[in-house]
Design a protein around this ligand. Structure first.
Ligand code: S6P
Ligand code: ZN
Length: 184
């Protein structure tokens, strides 16, 4: 075969990967353009250094047709908005993705190029398919960490710029103690 087989072990508490892994931490200050009101410097919300989520991936999988990453989103909110990932389209229009819920609970927002949003629940034991062509953002609405494994093609590519430009048209916020989807 062109690429070698691999087998890794996912460890819990803390979540991680045995062997060589890459860890990318996203803090509140890295997501300043994502949460509502964050750009308003007169009205800072909370701690800019707060970790919102991290992504753990195997060090070298670029040659394979499939790879994966584990995302751990901390519980909590910025203002009334639940912690979430930045969100992206895949650059390749034919590249979908599978998410496997490992712990916790939340929702995945999926948005098409016209700004229309649908959502799927994600929780421990859930398998969610994200079709090609939809931007996706994961939101932790639970009490504990939301952990999921994403399986995708390393050739998919990430388009973050489109999301920076127009954002998601829906937000997940707390209203009367419950998670609600509202217009952005
Ligand atoms: C990759 C997959 C996930 C995300 C991760 C972080 O295609 O969808 O591994 O990269 O959940 O989200 P984001 O939007 O910061 O890449
Ligand atoms: Zn993706």
């Amino acid at each position: 075969p062109r690429v070698a087989a691999f087998a890794h072990k996912v460890t819990r508490e803390p979540w991680g990967l045995d062997g060589t892994a890459k860890i990318d931490i996203r803090r509140q200050k890295d997501l300043a353009d994502c949460f509502a009101g964050q750009k308003d410097t007169d009205c800072p919300k909370g701690d800019p250094e707060k970790e919102i989520y991290k992504v753990i991936s195997p060090a070298e999988q670029e040659q394979s047709d499939l790879t994966y990453a584990i995302t751990i989103i901390q519980p909590g909110k910025v203002g009334d908005e639940y912690h979430m990932t930045r969100g992206h389209f895949h650059k390749r229009a034919d590249a979908g993705e599978l998410y496997f819920g490992l712990s916790g609970s939340g929702v995945i927002l999926m948005q098409d190029r016209l700004g229309s949003v649908t959502k799927e629940d994600i929780a421990e034991g859930a398998v969610v398919y994200i079709p090609p062509g939809l931007a996706h953002r994961t939101v932790n609405t639970g009490q504990g960490e939301l952990v999921f494994l994403a399986a995708y093609s390393p050739q998919a590519g990430h388009d973050y710029e489109s999301i920076v430009r127009r954002g998601f048209s829906k937000r997940v916020v707390e209203r009367d103690g419950r998670a609600e989807l509202v217009d952005a």
